[in-house]
Design a protein around this ligand. Structure first.
Ligand SMILES: Cc1cc2nc3c(=O)[nH]c(=O)nc-3n(C[C@H](O)[C@H](O)[C@H](O)COP(=O)(O)O)c2cc1C
Length: 154
């Protein structure tokens, strides 16, 4: 069974909730799913990871949540080369923060692509000004992502 890692960056648990809600959709599609709350680079470079999904909120002024900072530091320090990595990205933010809207998700996307990783489809940006529960936007997006990217393996 292929392995999907869901790497979470969260301050208040919204991004973790999204990860937990979408997990069964991937299980139904034939994946073993691991939700990673303290991600490290090894989670995406290991041979056991076939696909990655990032659920990442933004804090401060476009900053990464604290639990996600070690992952970003490692990514920047080691420049691992990620040509093998296919990933999706769900960014949580709030457009009332203006220019830094979904800043962490956008920066992560750039960092991953600098390393040659391949994002499948566009990133989803969930705006707390429009969507009270991020799951309401994330669940249909993931369903469409699995179907549209032909990710189903059973
Ligand atoms: C102190 C603070 C700073 C924030 N800064 C930003 C920001 O710069 N850009 C943005 O898009 N959202 C920002 N947000 C909004 C959060 O990203 C948004 O509420 C998100 O859904 C929180 O997800 P979480 O529950 O996973 O932490 C901020 C929220 C707080 C409380």
């Amino acid at each position: 069974m292929p392995m999907l890692k869901i790497l979470v960056g969260t301050m208040y648990g919204g991004a973790l909730d999204v990860a937990e809600q979408v997990k069964p959709l991937f299980e139904d599609a034939g994946y073993e799913v691991a939700i990673v709350e303290q991600p490290t680079l090894a989670d995406i470079t290991g041979e056991d990871t076939d696909l990655a999904l990032f659920c990442l909120s933004t804090t401060g002024s476009g900053d990464f949540p604290g639990n996600f900072v070690p992952f970003v530091r490692e990514l920047q320090d080691k420049s691992p080369g990620l040509a093998e990595l296919r990933y999706g990205l769900i960014a949580l933010g709030d457009s009332s923060y203006g220019d830094t809207f979904c800043g962490a998700g956008r920066r992560l996307d750039d960092l991953l692509q600098d390393q040659g990783a391949q994002r499948l489809d566009e990133r989803l940006e969930v705006d707390a000004m429009e969507t009270f529960m991020a799951d309401d936007a994330a669940l249909p997006w993931v369903e469409a992502w699995i179907a549209g990217q032909d990710l189903k393996v059973v």
